[in-house]
Design a protein around this ligand. Structure first.
Ligand code: SF4
Ligand code: SF4
Length: 414
């Protein structure tokens, strides 16, 4: 059914109690701690009133995967109702220290990345340290944490720019087209290779890549209920990106969760409706959505060399929430020899920071079990997925390496 646009409050009244969402919810299927979307969503919402005590805590077990939104026949925005209910709990009781830490991905990334990254990575792999962090903070000792990079993506980009300028002094770049790259925290501090691949692909298509000032999109704060801090981050991003959007320069991101947050999640959850917020939302694209638009206009460089591989591909929850189909499949189908097998599993279970938490780690692993079996069953030594935390969870659950699809496309361009 087509997505039905209803405001959150209006959507509440459209629940017909059919229970389809509860049958589809991947979390309710694996734990009794979560009574399901209908119960914690529209049903409990009727009792959540300003100044009233929160009716139940089980809403904290909603992972925010939005599967319920996709299956609801009447368009109830259950995941958003749950996110707001969590924020109400945080507003009343404060944000637990563990959640305050893991929700600040930019700060943690900045502290981890750099010449000392090998030491950080050693600590992350040192079992007694992980055990202590589990006991003291509640971050599960086996949860998949990313390996910090010695150098940030932005530092690489600046070095490259200086070296290009030095090679052709006095020759101003003559780009016919420009694009702003939104790299997000994961690419900047943990996986700069994703950003390098994105730059290579965009430049192959004749774009000058601009690295505008930007900050964390705020999704980890939103999903942990810290709405006030998330709002500051979103407003800062709008201020930084707006001048480019006003000049007609698109903002393109490789992290589907960051782009979803800029496009929709932050404005909707935070109730931001200014013209500036709308302009940035409308000017933001997932990178494969952007490339598919180019292809639709016959403007995509299709000089691919063959990549003789068959790979499993998982479209993450955040990508599904964009409601843009499967642009990765559309674009990578143009690469000779490359074949992708799409996962039909709804969720990998990590849901950003959800599966890192001690009390939710096993739920996340149980939710992801079907996907792990699919990836292992493919026999491939590599899996593709657009979202960083999902990639880390897939590798954790299967032992199979994972990459962003843009890295394969960069490979196809040679
Ligand atoms: S699927 Fe939608 S209409 Fe049905 S119970 Fe869930 S929220 Fe209500
Ligand atoms: S967002 Fe996901 S976990 Fe939360 S209620 Fe909906 S389906 Fe269940």
């Amino acid at each position: 059914m087509d997505h039905i646009e209803l405001s959150l409050t209006q959507s509440l009244d459209h629940c017909i109690k059919c229970n389809i969402c509860t049958s589809a919810c991947p979390v309710a299927a694996v734990t009794d701690k979560f009574p399901g979307p209908k119960y914690v969503g529209p049903q409990a919402q009727r009792f959540r009133r300003a100044g009233q005590p929160v009716p139940d805590d089980s809403v904290d077990y909603c992972s925010g995967c939005r599967v319920c939104n996709q299956v609801c026949p009447t368009g109830v925005r259950i995941a958003e109702l749950n996110a707001r209910a969590r924020a109400q709990i945080v507003a009343e009781r404060g944000l637990p220290l563990r959640n305050a830490l893991i929700a600040r991905s930019e700060l943690i990334g900045r502290l981890s990345c750099g010449p000392h990254a090998p030491l950080v990575n050693f600590g992350l792999g040192f079992k007694p340290a992980r055990w202590a962090v589990d006991k003291v903070l509640g971050i599960h000792q086996d949860a998949p944490l990313p390996r910090a990079s010695r150098s940030s993506f932005r530092a690489w980009f600046a070095r490259r720019r200086r070296s290009l300028d030095a090679r052709s002094p006095g020759t101003p770049a003559q780009p016919s087209r420009q694009v702003v790259y939104f790299h997000g925290c994961a690419t900047n501090y943990y996986e700069p290779e994703v950003g390098k691949a994105a730059v290579a692909v965009l430049e192959r298509n004749g774009f000058e890549v601009i690295l505008a000032e930007q900050n964390c999109c705020g999704l980890p704060l939103l999903s942990n209920g810290a709405f006030a801090d998330a709002r500051k981050l979103h407003e800062a991003n709008v201020r930084k990106l707006l001048p480019y959007v006003r000049r007609g320069i698109p903002v393109v991101g490789t992290s589907t969760s960051c782009t979803l947050t800029l496009k929709e999640e932050a404005p909707e959850l935070l109730g931001l409706s200014s013209e500036e917020v709308h302009a940035v939302a409308a000017g933001t694209y997932d990178i494969f959505e952007f490339l598919r638009d180019l292809a639709d206009r016959d403007q995509l460089n299709t000089e691919f060399r063959p990549v003789e591989r068959r790979l499993p591909y998982h479209p993450p929850c955040q990508l599904r929430a964009h409601r843009i189909g499967r642009p990765v499949l559309d674009i990578l189908a143009l690469v000779p020899g490359l074949r992708l097998d799409e996962s039909r599993n709804e969720c990998c279970g990590i849901a950003g920071t959800y599966g890192l938490k001690r009390e939710k780690y096993q739920i996340g692993m149980d939710v992801g079990a079907g996907l792990f079996a699919f990836v292992r069953g493919s026999g491939s030594d590599l899996a593709l997925c657009d979202s960083e935390t999902c990639r880390w969870q897939i590798t954790h659950g299967t032992g199979v390496r994972s990459k962003h699809p843009i890295e394969i496309l960069a490979e196809a361009y040679g």
